[in-house]
Design a protein around this ligand. Structure first.
Ligand code: ADP
Ligand code: MG
Length: 420
């Protein structure tokens, strides 16, 4: 079966209830249905899951979906099951299953009922599982969060490096890799390590025209500066990112004392408190959450109006991801980062305990953040250039949405020109 024989618009409506594809989805789906290796780079929220879910549902056999997070896999399986009367249509295969459960999963796959099988990379490397999968019909393999394969990505998982060999054992099945990480280095790594340099690549724009980017020099008055900023955005939802748990607690307290409703969020809090604080933010019982980077994965609050970085992030990808949580609804999103070279040195010191190779990567990524903070050019152009995307800083969408463009730094006049 190829893409010409399947009415994918009809299937989209039937399974997902949507009447239109989003962005590049249609092209991606056609490529995969034509059995081509396919590589998808789309920002978070772009609709990557549907790019493999729909082809899996309309084809014979089972699609294997590799994903690094058990919680995300469970969500997706539940969502797919809700589209069908057969719960066996989607399964997760991981080490937490009982023998009986595993037997059921295998039965459903063998009978052709299961269209999507979600697996963690470590489960896929188990010989027993590989041997089983070699003998059933696999429609394709999807590698979600494919940047996990690269040391240059923000979430390197060594187990992703084994995937290439396992996929080879499954025979001639198409592979689709998907990521929201757009740097050319990571992309190259993905294609190389998945052995799919022949893949058709689909890359969406990473421009977020409604986000305003600003960098302020960090001074000892940072706390009152932040308070002033929040008071100017009274009643609006915002996130403040800090590097350390201690700082998170301190800033949350300062805000509370100053009459701003804020809660802390970091991995040092127990799970119950974390969940409560997250819910309070989502339900708008508080305006501000002060957090380490532990906060944000899977948070989908459309009307976050500002994201403040109290400390600079360790890479521009992290910065893009974290600021990307602002203005999801297309409305205002102010992204403010405080920058001081002392923080850079702190981060460098932090890294000095790590293996040399990791350190080198860490330093290089950090230098890009420094360059971003210190640039006098359009910040949007800078960010997009980092992601391998050309941006016209005069006519591009959102071109005037940053501090450098709105208030160009006065050219420093040469001091010694006038000789008396
Ligand atoms: P990503 O993995 O790229 O971050 P998701 O696959 O989680 O994005 O999708 C983000 C959101 O977009 C989901 O709520 C999904 O239901 C929605 N979505 C995906 N495709 C469409 C579409 N064609 N029309 C409307 N909404 C869509
Ligand atoms: Mg996704």
């Amino acid at each position: 079966m190829n893409s010409n024989e399947i009415d994918i618009h009809k299937e989209l409506k039937k399974y997902f209830g949507f009447s239109q594809f989003k962005g590049l989805q249609e092209q991606v789906i056609k490529s995969l249905l034509n059995k081509q290796n396919t590589f998808v780079i789309m920002p978070t929220g772009g609709g990557k899951s549907l790019c493999y879910q729909l082809p899996a549902l309309v084809q014979e056999g089972t699609a294997i979906v590799v994903s690094p997070l058990i919680a995300l896999m469970k969500n997706q399986v539940d969502a797919i099951r809700s589209l069908s009367s057969e719960s066996g249509i989607a399964h997760v295969l991981n080490s937490s299953l009982t023998k009986t459960e595993i037997a059921q999963v295998k039965k459903d796959i063998t009978s052709g009922l299961t269209k999507l099988l979600y697996v963690a990379p470590e489960s896929l490397t188990k010989e027993e599982n590989v041997n089983f999968l070699k003998n059933v019909t696999i429609s394709f393999v999807a590698i979600d969060e494919a940047h996990c394969i690269s040391e240059w990505g923000h979430d390197f998982r060594p187990e992703y490096r084994n995937l290439k060999n396992i996929i080879k054992q499954l025979g001639d099945v198409p592979v689709i890799g998907l990521t929201a990480t757009a740097t050319p280095k990571v992309q190259e790594d993905i294609l190389k390590n998945l052995d799919m340099c022949d893949a058709t690549t689909f890359k969406a724009s990473f421009n977020r025209p409604n986000l305003y980017y600003e960098v302020r020099t960090k001074t000892k008055n940072i706390e009152s500066d932040i308070i002033r900023f929040i008071k100017q955005h009274k009643g609006k939802s915002g996130i403040i990112y800090c590097l350390s748990r201690k700082k998170v607690e301190a800033i949350a307290q300062v805000l509370q004392v100053n009459g701003i409703s804020a809660v802390p969020y970091h991995a040092g809090l127990d799970a119950k408190t974390r969940a409560r604080h997250q819910d309070m933010f989502l339900m708008e019982d508080v305006d501000v959450v002060v957090a380490t980077i532990a906060f944000g994965m899977g948070i989908d609050k459309p009307d976050v109006r500002f994201v403040i970085h109290h400390d600079i992030p360790k890479s521009l990808e992290s910065y893009y991801q974290e600021t990307g949580r602002a203005g999801r609804d297309g409305g205002e999103g102010h992204c403010l980062a405080y920058y001081s070279y002392k923080d850079v040195e702190k981060l460098e010191k932090f890294m000095s305990g790590k293996p040399v190779a990791e350190q080198e990567i860490g330093f290089a990524l950090l230098q890009e953040v420094v360059a971003y903070a210190e640039t006098s050019m359009s910040r949007r152009k800078f960010l997009l250039h980092y992601f391998g995307e050309e941006f016209d800083s005069e006519t591009g969408e959102g071109a005037d949405m940053d501090d450098n463009v709105r208030n160009p730094k006065a050219k420093v006049e040469a001091q010694n020109q006038v000789v008396k």
